[in-house]
Design a protein around this ligand. Structure first.
Ligand code: ATP
Length: 571
C-alpha cells in the first residue's frame, strides 16, 4: 500500500497564530514543519526548531515556504531560498494551507473508513474481486486467492478481459448490469464457484465493478451424486413399468359430498382438454390424487405423467431436475441427464407445491410455457416440447403474487382451470365412507383381514377436525388397525386415539422424544434400545398378538424380541 509522505514546510517569521496552526498540522502529520526562520525574533517555543539564518535550508528539500510576516527584513532571507522549486505562500494566501489541511483531514478519515471495510473484506469467507472503470483489477481479497489459487501479484493491474473474459465480473463490467448466481469453475484450482457481480456507480458515475463468489464444489459434488442416484432409480422405475405413469384414476377418489362432487366435475372437464390446471387445497386433501386422475382420464394417458415436488428439492438441483443437463455442463456432469420437462413431452408435468418455486426458476418455466422450447443446462440446442402442466399448492398464490413472491404472469398462465379440493372438516359426511374404504385399502396393503369400526367409533372419528386431512385419517386408521385386538376396532381404542388427536391438534403436542438434545450425551445405545422397545410394547400391548406387532414394527423376529425382553428385564 502507498505510504503518505507529508509535505515539508518552513515558516518565515514568528507569527504566533500561524506558527501554532502549522505546529498542530505537523502533529497531525498533515505537513512536516522543518522549523521557523526569524532573524529578528529570539523567544521561540522550545519544541519548535528555531533559526536565525536561511543557510541550513538552502540545499534542503522544502516543499512550501510560508511567509508568515511581510517585512522586508524577512524577504531578504527568503530570496536565498527561492532558487529551488518551492511554493511560497504569504499571509494573504495562508487560507490555501488551511484548505489543504482540511482536505488532508477528510482524506485521512476516509482512509480510516477504508481500513475498516478492508478488514471486513480481508476476513470475508467469500472471494472478492474489484475492477476500476477501465476494467483493471484493483483489489482481490485473501479468500479470492485461497479459492482460486491466484495470487495478488498474478492478478492486480491486469485487465479483466485478459484474465477472466467469461467471468461474472467481466459481464457486469461490460454490460453495467448485475449478474446473479453465475456458475463457473476456477482454472487455477479446479474449484466450482457461484458468483454475484455488480457494477458500481457513485453519483451516477460508473467507477468499476465488484464480484463476490463462493466455493460450491463439495455441495455440487454431493448434489450430483444424489442426482445420479435418482436417475438410476428412475431408470429402474421406468424399466419396471412403474415410471412416469398416473397411478390413480377418478375411481380412487372417495367422497360424495357436494364439495368433492364439484371438484370431480371440474377435474373431469379438465381431463377433456389440454389446458393448464391449478389445484389448490390444504395439505393431505388429495391434490396429487386429482392430478393423477386427470391425466389418467385424458386423451394422452398413454404418454408420461411426470411429478416434480418443487418444495422437496433445493433450487439448484430443481433447475437441473426440470431442464436436465449436458455432459460436462459442470465438473461432475459425467453424463447427460434428461430433465423432467423433456421426460413429460407429450404428457403431463405435475408441479407439486409450485408456490415454493424460486423467482428465477419461475421466469425460466414461464419461458418454456410461452415458447414451448427450452435448453438443457450447458446445452446450446433448443428442444421443442409440448406438455400440459398440472400445478398444485396449499399456499395462497394470490397472496404470494401480491407480496411479489410469485410472478403474476406465471400465475395467470397456470390458473386456467382452477380446482379447489375442500378440507375434510368441510365434508364430514364423507368420513364414514372414507373410513371403510381406506381401512379396506390398508388391510390389503399390510396383509390384514378386513376390519371395521362400530357406529359409535365412527361418530367419534366423524367429530374430529382432521387438520391433516385424509393423510392424517389414513395414518390414524392404520395405527388403530395395528393396535386392535379384533377385527372390530374397540370403541375405547378409537376414543383413546381421538383424545390423543385432540390433544395434538389443539396443543400441537408431540410425543416425548426418545433422545433429546440435552439427554443424548447421557444415554447409551443400549438405554435407547431398551426405552424404544419398552415404548413399542406399551403401544402394541403385551399379548402375544401385541408382541408380534411390536416385533414387526421394530423390524426384528419375535424370538429376538423375547431375548431382548429377558435381557432388559422388561417383563
Ligand atoms: N378423496 C380421497 N379418497 C381417497 N383417498 C384420498 C382422497 N384424498 C386423498 N387421499 C389419500 O390421502 C393421502 C394424501 O393425498 P395427496 O397426497 O393427494 O394429498 P395432497 O393434497 O397432494 O397433499 P400435499 O399437499 O401434502 O402434497 C394419499 O394417500 C391419498 O391417496
Amino acid at each position: 500500500m502507498a505510504v503518505y509522505t507529508p509535505m515539508t514546510l518552513l515558516v518565515i517569521g514568528h507569527q504566533e497564530d500561524m506558527v501554532n496552526k502549522v505546529k498542530k498540522w505537523d502533529e497531525k502529520g498533515f505537513f512536516s514543519m522543518v522549523g521557523v526562520l526569524d532573524p529578528l525574533f529570539d523567544q521561540a517555543q522550545k519544541e519548535i526548531p528555531f533559526f536565525h539564518s536561511a543557510e541550513p535550508f538552502i540545499e534542503q528539500e522544502i516543499d512550501i515556504i510560508l511567509m508568515a510576516v511581510k517585512e522586508e527584513a524577512y524577504r531578504k532571507e527568503t530570496e536565498k531560498l527561492k532558487r529551488k522549486n518551492r511554493l511560497t505562500i504569504g499571509p494573504e494566501t495562508f487560507w490555501i494551507l488551511e484548505k489543504m489541511a482540511r482536505q488532508i483531514d477528510e482524506i485521512q478519515s476516509l482512509t480510516e473508513e477504508q481500513k475498516f471495510f478492508q478488514t471486513i473484506l480481508m476476513h470475508s469467507h467469500e472471494g472478492v474481486q474489484f475492477v476500476d472503470s477501465d476494467g483493471i483489477i484493483r483489489y482481490i481479497n485473501p479468500s479470492f486467492s485461497r479459492i482460486t489459487n491466484v495470487t495478488p501479484e498474478e492478478r492486480l493491474g491486469k485487465h479483466i478481459e485478459e484474465v477472466s473474459p467469461n467471468g461474472s465480473l467481466n459481464k457486469a463490467f461490460k454490460t453495467r448490469a448485475p449478474v446473479f448466481g453465475y456458475k463457473s469453475s476456477s482454472v487455477g484450482s479446479n474449484v466450482e464457484t457461484v458468483a454475484n457481480a455488480a457494477p458500481i456507480f457513485v453519483e451516477g458515475k460508473f467507477i468499476g465493478a465488484v464480484a463476490t463468489f463462493q466455493d460450491v464444489t463439495e455441495i455440487k459434488y454431493l448434489t450430483e451424486k444424489l442426482m445420479e442416484h435418482e436417475q438410476d432409480q428412475s431408470r429402474i422405475n421406468q424399466q419396471s413399468g412403474n415410471g412416469y405413469q398416473a397411478k390413480y384414476s377418478f375411481g380412487h377418489i372417495i367422497g360424495e359430498s357436494e364439495g368433492i362432487k364439484e371438484a370431480l366435475h371440474m377435474a373431469k372437464k379438465a381431463a377433456r382438454t389440454r389446458s393448464t390446471v391449478l389445484i389448490t387445497g390444504e395439505s393431505g386433501t388429495g391434490k396429487e390424487l386429482f392430478a393423477h386422475a386427470i391425466h389418467a382420464e385424458s386423451k394422452f394417458n398413454d404418454k408420461p405423467f411426470v411429478t416434480v415436488n418443487c418444495a422437496a428439492i433445493p433450487e439448484d438441483l430443481l433447475e437441473s431436475e426440470l431442464f436436465g443437463y449436458e455432459k460436462g455442463a459442470f465438473t461432475h456432469a459425467v453424463k447427460q441427464k434428461l430433465g423432467k420437462i423433456e421426460l413429460a413431452d407429450g404428457g403431463t408435468l405435475f408441479l407439486d407445491e409450485i408456490g415454493e418455486m424460486s423467482p428465477s426458476l419461475q421466469v425460466k418455466l414461464l419461458r418454456v410455457l410461452q415458447y414451448k422450447e427450452f435448453e438443457r443446462i450447458g446445452g446450446l440446442r433448443k428442444i421443442n416440447v409440448e406438455f400440459r402442466i398440472i400445478a398444485a399448492t396449499n399456499a395462497n398464490l394470490e397472496k404470494l403474487v401480491s407480496e411479489g413472491k410469485f410472478r403474476e404472469d406465471l400465475y395467470y398462465r397456470i390458473n386456467v382451470i382452477r380446482l379447489e379440493v375442500p378440507p375434510l372438516r368441510q365434508r364430514k359426511q364423507d368420513i364414514p365412507l372414507l373410513v371403510q374404504k381406506l381401512m379396506d385399502k390398508i388391510a390389503q396393503r399390510i396383509g390384514f383381514h378386513p376390519m371395521q369400526v362400530t357406529s359409535k367409533g365412527m361418530s367419534i372419528l366423524s367429530e374430529h377436525g382432521w387438520p391433516g386431512n385424509i393423510r392424517e385419517l389414513e395414518n390414524v386408521l392404520e395405527r388403530l388397525m395395528n393396535e386392535s385386538p379384533s377385527s372390530v376396532i374397540p370403541d375405547d381404542l378409537v376414543k383413546k386415539h381421538a383424545q390423543k388427536m385432540l390433544r395434538s391438534s389443539t396443543k400441537k403436542e408431540t410425543d416425548t422424544p426418545l433422545v433429546s438434545a440435552s439427554s443424548a450425551s447421557l444415554l447409551s445405545l443400549k438405554d435407547i434400545e431398551k426405552e424404544y422397545i419398552q415404548r413399542t410394547l406399551e403401544h402394541f400391548g403385551r399379548s402375544l398378538e401385541g408382541k408380534k406387532k411390536a416385533a414387526h414394527s421394530l423390524g426384528i423376529s419375535i424370538s429376538t424380541l423375547y431375548n431382548k425382553i429377558r435381557d432388559y428385564q422388561l417383563e
